[in-house]
Design a protein. Sequence first.
Length: 196
Amino acid sequence: MADHKEPTPAEEAASRAKEAAEQAALPYKWQQDIKELSVTFTVPGNIKSRDLVISITQDKLSAGIKGQTPVIGEEVDGVKQNKLAQEIKVDDSTWTLATNPDGTKTVEILLAKRKQEWWPNVIQGTAAIDVTKIQPENSKLSDLDGETRGMVEKMMFDQRQKEQGLPTSDEQKKADILKKFQAQHPEMDFSKAKIQ
């Protein structure tokens, strides 16, 4: 296996600049948190909701103005580019059309993620972001579902234990089981027992 080399600050800055330029070139803007993703694009002020064609399915998204090339979901070499990076909950997803102060309008599409994870892009095959660099600002444990929250809390506990040279939750569980077994079988010699 090749050694993983940390990028230099200059390489890191170049990578961030390239990613920002790729994202700026998209015909829409998007942002996400762990539960949902928001896609926005601007349309002329005379556009009404009936002038829009927006299709949201579990794994596809198309959006644009009737009779024009779609902003999301256009065809490239005969293939429609509308497959989402991950599946969504259609019933919890929606879109709105709002008037801006400058007279234009903004279409906002809110997609409820099926899985609580970071997406590298909205549509597969489009410019991606490095999800390993995401640092959630206001992410709280209470925002996570029960199973994910339990997993994160366990990971945080284990990390603190390791930093203090103490056993992780799994190691502690094994030690407790061994202790209980020793108490139930005092006639056995456990002096050479190893916990694996």
